[in-house]
Every structure is written in C-alpha cells, then in structure tokens.
Design a protein around this ligand. Structure first.
Ligand SMILES: Cc1ncc(COP(=O)(O)O)c(C=O)c1O
Length: 451
C-alpha cells in the first residue's frame, strides 16, 4: 500500500506544480533522460525506487500538457473525475472485451455511448466503439463503410479481402486531416487513391465541386478543421451523396463536440444525416490519453467488420460485447473515464467547457488583432491562426514563446501562410491563463516585429 500512497502523492505534487513550471521541459531536464539509458538490470529493484526514479527523471522532462497553458495541436487535459476514474480503472485492470466477463466496465461503456449519442444528436440506435483515438475511430467507422459498400456489390471483404474486389471511390476534402489517409492506408483503400475536393479559404469542402457519386463511393467530410476549426457543409454533402446511394463519414475529432453546445450547434448542421462519425474523447472531453470514439448508423455494419467468434470466448446474450465493435480484442476499459467525465460535468458542465474554451479563443484573437497581428482564420471554434509577419518572423516568435515557457503553441502553414496555432481545449485554462499567455505572446512578438 505504501507504494500506491507514495505514488498518488507524487502525482498530486506533479499536478499542483503545473501552474508554476515552464510548459515545455527545460533542455537540462531533457538531458537528464540520459540517466535512463542502462542495460536491463539483472536483479529486481524495489518498486518504490522504480517510481522514485521515474518521478525524479521523467516528471521534469514531460510537456505540461495537463496544465492550463498548453495550446499546441488539439490537446485536452484530464478532468479530476476522469483522472481519478483512470486510477481506479487501473486498479481494476479489466480486459473489457466481453460483457459476461467484465460486466461493470462493459455496462459503463453502454451507458456512456447512449449519453454521447444523445449529446451529438446522432440516430438513437446507432452503434459505437471506444478506441484509442480519432485515427482508429476513422479506421473503425470506415471499416464499416467498406463492409457495406462492398456487401452491396456482392463482395464480403472480411472473408475475401480486397484483391479482386469491386473498386471503392473515396472522396475527401483537400484539407482533410493527414491521419485520415493513414486510416485509409490501413484499410487497404490507399492513401493516394482518393479524389480531393477543392476547399474554400477556411478549408471547407466545396459541395458544388463534388464529383459524380455512386453507391460505391465513400465521402469523408470534416467537422472541425485542425487549423481553422471550420466545418464542411455536411447537410448539402449528405443530400447529394445519399441521392446517389453513397456513404458519408464525418471526421469530427474535436468539432463533433460543438453539437453539444447550443450556441455552436449550427456549425454541425447536417452532421446527424451522415452514416458514420469519428471523434476523440482525449481532446475536448478532457479524459486522459488515449480515448477515441467511432459511431455507425448501422450498428450491424460495425459489428460485421469487427466481431470475432471462438469457442473459448463466451458471447454475451442481450448485452453489448465491447470488442465486437473494436479493432482490438483485448482492450482497456476506455469507457470508464468517458463515463466519469460526463457524469461529473453533466450536460451543462460540458456545454460550459466547450463554450468557455471557444470564448478563450476569441479573446486570444481579439488581443492579437488589436495589437496589429493578422488572424488568418474565422475564429468559429477553439482554434486561432495568427501571423506575426513573414514566415521567418512568425517562426522566431513561436520558437521564443516555446522557450519562454509561459505557454506552448505550435507552428503550421495554412494555405501558404506560416502561422502560429493556438488551440484551446483544456478544462483547466482560466481567464488569467489567457491574459498571461497573451501578454507573453505580445511581449515576444514586439521584439521581432518589423512593422
Ligand atoms: C480533424 C482531425 N482528424 C483526426 C485527428 C487525429 O486524431 P488522433 O491523434 O486522436 O488520432 C485530428 C487530430 O488533431 C484531427 O484534428
């Protein structure tokens, strides 16, 4: 017991230190990682010593992603209830594949799925899967799409593979997330065998530029572009696609959560008309890594793509076996933290989290704009793109801001323009954090400004 108590104290100290420390690890802390380089010890080590070593060497070398001022990529922190549930679930150590074997965690997943389907306003009987992240959520939902499109053409892809199968045509927006192509490659659909539809200045697919669609087409739309936060016109795309019998998938890694917030729900108009959806819980819901979610209107299609049967694996009658819907058989119970996050926030708490982070984004945009820096996107969600001048100046400001350590923002190139990305997804970010970070940005930018 002493070990677990000691470790929980260390974890608490770590969390409490996040506000005061530099967001990025110092070069010295990273250099200290060299102390881990050793041959596998021949003899056992006291677990307490192992944890002490881990904490001393690795805690300072972490990026403060769980803290209030990490604005890189699209990264949520960990809500207290979600982190605590993660600790408890670690102690349970459930291999949550089958309801009959792990009923507690399987039941939590069933309940969390129902809640999510309601929040996202998806069809009430659609199927879902808890997976590692949005890349695998896209993979899982598109595996169901592949199953249906080929089954309609008389081909069983799970049994017979893709060699000799009827051709599937994939349509994506020109600003689709790079990980979507990875998912397509894993599915044997080819990273490059896609038709890219032109987009507008915010990265939204132009519905008027869609090519001819058929019942062998899968259209991948996006709810929330990683750079701008913009949404494809999914309603119009669904209308055209469904007229032709095509499948529509929505990659909503973070944008899907906007449907839970009344003030933002207009952005997701038509998303509910699609056939499948992918999102992350480790982004805007703020559960610990890793946690993604796939939803498929026809739950049997997802099951057909994923389920395995064997004499030694008891099929649960009348209940959902989690692994019937996921690429993994053995799997950790990801639904536990999702359930705990939603249970602790309630619907209104979630709405507040989503709307608050969007408000922070607008404040960043306003403060930077007032100081004369160009905001490159329409700030409709929680993403801000800012240019500090030419590409070189913007890169220098970003590098200096990262080294300064007040906050952390990354770089991107948006439609030819180098920009700093500010992505606000953490429950922990407060107004003071935004003001403090804004001040650091303006202080550093002023030193480099050529205006
Ligand atoms: C639109 C979109 N799709 C997919 C991904 C990949 O998500 P993950 O890293 O959770 O697999 C991201 C990540 O930011 C994203 O923004």
């Amino acid at each position: 017991m002493g070990l677990l108590e000691d470790t929980s104290q260390r974890a608490i100290r770590y969390i409490e230190s996040l506000d005061a420390r530099k967001v990025a690890p110092t070069p010295q802390a990273v250099a200290e990682l060299a102390r881990l380089r050793m041959n596998l010890p021949e003899n056992p080590t006291d677990p307490k010593e192992v944890i002490e070593e881990l904490d001393h060497i690795v805690s300072p070398a972490t990026m403060a992603m769980a803290g209030p001022r990490f604005f890189g990529f699209v990264i949520g922190g960990s809500l207290p209830a979600a982190l605590a549930a993660n600790w408890l679930a670690g102690a349970w150590d459930q291999n949550s594949a089958l309801y009959d074997v792990t009923p507690g965690t399987a039941r939590l997943e069933e309940i969390a799925l129902r809640w999510l389907i309601t929040l996202f306003r998806l069809p009430s009987n659609c199927g879902g899967a808890f997976v590692t992240g949005d890349t695998l959520a896209n993979f899982s939902a598109l595996a169901a799409a592949r199953h249906v499109v080929l089954a309609r053409a008389g081909w069983n892809v799970e049994s017979d593979g893709l060699s000799g199968a009827p051709e599937i045509r994939l349509i994506v927006g020109a600003e689709a997330h790079p990980s979507l192509f990875k998912s397509l490659g894993l599915l044997g659909l080819g990273r490059n065998r896609v038709v890219r539809v032109p987009v507008d200045g915010q990265g939204r697919m132009r519905a008027d530029a869609l090519p001819t669609l058929s019942d062998k087409t899968i259209v991948c739309t996006q709810a929330g572009n990683v750079n701008t936060g913009a949404f494809d016109p999914t309603k119009e795309i669904c209308r055209r696609a469904h007229e032709a019998g095509a499948w529509v998938h929505v990659d909503g890694a973070f944008g899907l959560w906007a449907s839970a917030a009344p003030s933002l729900a207009h952005l997701t108009d038509g998303v509910e008309d699609a056939d499948s959806w992918a999102t992350d819980a480790h982004k805007w819901l703020n559960v610990p890594y890793d946690s993604g979610l796939a939803f498929v209107r026809d739950s049997e299609a997802l099951r057909a793509a994923m389920a395995v049967t064997a004499e030694y694996l008891p099929a649960s009658l009348g209940h959902r076996d989690p692994s019937d819907y996921t690429p993994e058989l053995s799997r950790r119970a990801r639904g536990v933290e999702v359930w705990a996050a939603l249970r602790s926030l309630g619907r209104l708490g979630l709405v507040d989290l989503i709307e608050r982070t969007c408000r922070h984004a607008r404040r960043f945009a306003q403060g930077l704009n007032e100081a004369g820096y160009e905001i490159l996107n329409e700030v409709v969600l929680n993403q801000v793109l800012v240019s500090f001048g030419d590409a070189d100046t913007t890169r220098k400001v970003i590098a200096e801001l990262q080294a300064d350590g007040t906050c952390w923002c990354g770089k991107t190139v948006w439609q030819g323009n180098t920009a700093m990305r500010i992505s606000i997804s953490s429950w922990a970010t407060k107004d003071e954090d935004v003001e403090r970070s804004l001040k650091a940005m303006l202080r550093i930018a002023a030193r480099h400004s050529k205006r």
